[in-house]
Design a protein around this ligand. Structure first.
Ligand SMILES: [Ca+2]
Ligand SMILES: [Ca+2]
Length: 331
């Protein structure tokens, strides 16, 4: 009966749209459109053993795409098995015929359990990016969600949500380095860091922006900072590694102006179990030159880390262009 009622509600919402703009294709599916086992969802009632198709949240139209969200029961503590609480929720998301795509599930504000293998293994998902670089052949993308995991801070515990899924062109990634040559443009916004990269400085000043002044190709990244604090230009990717692997990390840098040129350093950040072990696990420093220079370092990983990512750091006033990042396995 629940299934029949929901089917009636959900059919009109079965809409997907594609926006083709400058270098951007976006596919959008409301969560309720792609749920396979709709019988585990109930409309506008909160039950500890079912998901809720929730239309009556305050300011729902402002908070949730289409004014509707799929809500889990309250998760007060980790559950021993996925069978506890609400049943496992299965989704099947239509995919394009070709291309490489990232898949985002918007709405995950607290941890949600995600399985990519039909419920055999579960990960604690805390961000919207649920799958990267999925090679599409028209076969739907399937995965499962559950209300297994509680927020690690008891005061933040409650329900988690699935609002909508988006399928976006994957950012070209080479050995875990996203958009290493800065040629990928997935947004028409020019006042944000290059796709796949993020900017940080201790005092919040400065910026990194795409620029038409490249070492190779058309685009590079221009970093400008005025102040006396430290800054970091971080790649948002990363690569899982094992002990005893040899890598060469490199990046091109052209210093237009710098108070402390020698503070400019390419770092391979080493982490284990998602915690940073050493920011400068490997490092290559710039020299005081205004020509394009290649920062490069070759190193071997130990068993103290299981993950590497690249970043460029420095401190003080800076005006530089950087291009062509690489993390190359040597064996
Ligand atoms: Ca469950
Ligand atoms: Ca480039």
């Amino acid at each position: 009966m629940i299934a029949t009622r929901l089917a009636l509600i959900l059919v009109p919402a079965l809409v997907c749209y594609a926006v083709t703009g400058m270098a951007q294709t976006l596919l959008h599916f409301e969560a309720e459109e792609v749920i396979v086992n709709k019988e585990v969802v109930i409309k506008d009632k909160m039950r500890p053993d079912l998901w809720t198709y929730w239309t009556t949240d305050k300011d729902a139209d402002k908070k949730w795409s289409g004014g509707v969200v799929i809500r889990s029961p309250e998760i007060k503590e980790d559950r021993a098995t996925p069978e506890e609480g609400a049943p496992v929720l299965h989704v099947s998301i239509p995919m394009p015929e070709s291309g490489t795509w990232d898949i985002r599930a918007t709405g995950i504000n607290r941890p949600i359990a995600l399985s990519r293998d039909g419920g055999k293994t579960w990960i604690r998902q805390t961000s919207s990016l649920i799958a990267e670089s999925v090679v599409a052949d028209g076969t739907p993308f399937t995965c499962s969600f559950d209300d297994t995991f509680a927020h690690d801070k008891p005061e933040h515990r409650g329900a988690t949500y699935l609002d909508f899924f988006s399928i976006i062109p994957a950012i070209p990634t080479v050995n875990g380095v996203k958009n290493p040559d800065f040629e990928a443009v997935t947004t028409t916004t020019t006042d944000t860091p290059p796709t796949g990269w993020s900017w940080w400085s201790r005092d919040g000043a400065g910026q990194a922006r795409p620029v038409n002044d490249a070492k190779s190709g058309k685009l590079a990244a221009k970093i400008t900072y005025v102040g006396d604090k430290d800054w970091a230009f971080n790649n948002n990717g990363g690569i899982t590694i094992s002990s005893g692997q040899q890598f060469t990390a490199s990046a091109w840098v052209k210093i237009n102006n710098a108070k402390a040129a020698k503070s400019i350093t390419l770092q391979a950040v080493g982490s284990k179990d998602k915690k940073v072990v050493k920011h400068g696990y490997a490092a290559a420093k710039a020299s005081d030159s205004n020509e394009w220079q290649l920062l490069t370092t070759t190193f071997t990983t130990g068993d103290d880390i299981d993950h590497l990512r690249l970043r460029l750091v420095g401190s003080g006033d800076i005006d530089i262009v950087t291009d062509g990042f690489s993390l190359q396995p040597a064996n």
